[in-house]
Design a protein around this ligand. Structure first.
Ligand code: TMP
Length: 225
């Protein structure tokens, strides 16, 4: 089936949630589905997605920025985001493509805000500076008990591979993080959809597709008739 998306305006979908909830897998599944529908899809991740942002990713996830404090980390995540938006995300959206991004500004709100203690007004200013008007049309929040997510992340890791800066945090940190994402979803219900990620990969993929069809493609198909 080929859909005609709004040609002049792309669609920006972000995937959020704690560690090991299956964001990358679900993002790849949705990308494959949308490409099968004949749509242009760019897949990317944060921190990262561009050479400059990937450099910042290595620095941030190594833990070398942690002693500088959560505000400094928030600034660095935002700097990576600004380059990512300007260089990759905004140009794809401008030409009518779809962007699927593994984490975005909600991760800064949850990790550096709710968990790191950086106040919401400061984060809102950083977010505004980094993204401008390039905000997600839809955010899929994959929800899973933290313990289960951490176990999945551990099972996936190659033996000998070190834990990153945030994987090293306590189970209590990760459980609070889960709540922080649920709070974001509750505060912006028109943008965010929470999906129970404890179900099978296929079931979650079906749920994601249903939301995307409902939000964007049903509308596009009707408009094309
Ligand atoms: P991941 O790509 O494996 O999810 O790793 C990214 C890590 O960085 C993850 O632990 C969440 C964290 N992070 C933040 O703390 N703030 C942010 O703004 C972003 C994008 C990620």
């Amino acid at each position: 089936m080929t859909f005609q998306a709004r040609p002049e305006q792309g669609h920006f979908i972000t995937f959020e949630g704690g560690e090991g909830v299956g964001k990358s897998t679900q993002l790849a599944r949705l990308a494959e589905h949308l490409r099968d529908c004949g749509l242009e899809v760019a897949t990317t991740r944060e921190p990262g997605g561009t050479p400059k942002a990937e450099k910042l990713r290595r620095f941030l996830l190594s833990g070398r920025a942690a002693p500088l404090g959560a505000l400094a980390e928030a600034v660095l995540f935002s700097a990576a985001r600004a380059d990512h938006v300007e260089t990759l995300i905004a140009p794809v959206l401008k030409r009518g493509g779809w962007v699927l991004c593994d984490r975005f500004a909600d991760s800064t709100r949850a990790y550096q805000g709710a968990q790191g203690g950086v106040d919401a007004r400061t984060l809102a200013l950083l977010e505004r500076a980094a993204v401008g008007d390039t905000r997600p049309d839809l955010t899929i929040i994959l929800d899973l008990p933290a313990r289960e997510g951490l176990a999945r992340a551990a099972a996936r890791r190659n033996s000998g591979e070190a834990l990153d800066r945030f994987e090293r945090e306590t189970p209590a940190f990760h459980e609070a993080l889960r709540q922080a994402f649920l709070d974001i979803a509750e505060s912006e219900p028109e943008r965010c959809c929470v999906i129970d990620a404890a179900r099978s990969v296929d079931d979650v993929a079906r749920a994601v597709r249903a939301i995307v069809h409902d939000r964007f493609l049903a509308h596009a198909a009707q408009a094309a008739q």
